[in-house]
Design a binder for this molecule. Structure first.
Ligand code: GLU
Length: 331
């Protein structure tokens, strides 16, 4: 029987990094082709197409580049790939996963992976993660699950995964929801049924600017006051607790929300914003009254990506529905 076709792309990140000399630190230099040779077993599982689409630290990826990666991945599926694997830096993996997930209009899986240890480090886990990611991308039970992140033996759903540790091997988790599945020996096992998905059209516009500000104790209002003047088209605030701000921030939010969409997300790292519990000035009830939308379980970064994509395809009027009904979390 013909082997399935699998497409792999390298974008850079620690998984592609090594030191050019002892003092300089590591840089992304390792191509997708070379990465593949570090996990030769992959070649026994599939007919592999591999490309190096970038060699960037993931902090320097941007939405325009991700759209070109998406178009490459779409082409691979059209060419008969049963799944696509992308390797990249872990620093922004939770954001790229969300970005792709909103736009991935295929039953075939798109799997993102990376590594916390660079290629030359003792115990580098890049090859193992790549092999796991390929297994997930090839598995029949991965279909209709959208975009997933495979790291350290776990499979995480793009909509809820977060980088929750800066240096540990177990750097990714899905607070509240838990991993969607895991690799057990060589088998891909899921812990729940695929959730219903809704995909957005490709953005027609990419110039919209969405600011993300974090509320902090005794913060001044200088940046917030200037959001409109600076030409931002949308604002996400990483707010206290269940979606709370100081009174001074709340007053300014009211003026901003008259002109551009404002989303209030929680800065806690886990859990949902509230809707109808607190009534004080700056509470979620007050902010909703002032025109802001609550992010629910979406973390501030994922909320920013959703708003950018909605504005890109002129669907910002549907923001409330997207935030309320984001059922990609649910079974
Ligand atoms: N720890 C990050 C990584 O895993 C640093 C670099 C990056 O994100 O590109 O790749």
């Amino acid at each position: 029987m013909d082997q399935p076709k699998l497409a792999i792309a390298a974008l850079g990140g620690t998984v592609s990094m090594q030191a050019r000399n002892a003092e300089e630190g590591v840089f992304p230099t390792i191509s997708g082709e070379t990465l593949l040779t570090s996990a030769p077993q992959i070649m026994t599982l599939a007919r592999v197409t591999v490309e190096t689409l970038g060699l960037l630290p993931s902090a320097s990826l941007d939405f325009e580049f991700l759209l070109s990666v998406l178009s490459w991945a779409n082409f691979q599926i059209k060419q008969g790939a049963v799944g696509v694997v992308i390797t990249q830096g872990t620093d922004t993996l939770e954001e790229t996963a969300t970005f792709f997930d909103h736009l991935w209009d295929h039953d075939e899986p798109l799997v993102l992976t990376g590594a916390m240890r660079s290629a030359a480090q003792t115990g580098a886990e890049g090859p193992a993660n790549l092999l796991d990611a390929c297994r997930v991308a090839l598995a029949e039970n991965s279909r209709r699950r959208g975009v997933q992140v495979v790291m350290n033996g776990q499979i995480h759903q793009a909509s809820v995964v977060r980088k929750t540790d800066s240096l540990a091997l177990q750097a990714f988790s899905s607070p509240i929801f838990g991993p969607a599945g895991m690799l057990v020996e060589e088998t891909v096992r899921y812990l729940r049924q695929p959730a219903q998905r809704r995909v957005l059209p490709l953005p027609k516009k990419t110039t919209q600017k969405i600011a993300l500000l974090q509320a902090t104790l005794s913060a001044d209002t200088l940046l917030l006051e200037n959001i409109l003047e600076l030409g931002y088209d949308g604002l996400v605030i990483s707010a206290f607790g269940a979606g709370h701000l100081s009174k001074s921030w709340a007053d300014i939010v009211e003026k901003i929300a008259e002109r551009i969409p404002v989303i209030i997300a929680t800065r806690t790292g886990s859990g949902s914003t509230a809707q109808s519990s607190y009534g004080f000035m700056g509470s979620e009830m007050d902010l909703i009254r002032k025109g802001a939308s609550m992010a629910g379980f979406l973390c501030p970064r994922k909320a920013r990506i959703l708003l950018w994509l909605l504005m890109g395809c002129q669907r910002q009027a549907e923001l409330a529905r997207y935030l309320k009904e984001d059922i990609r979390f649910q079974n």
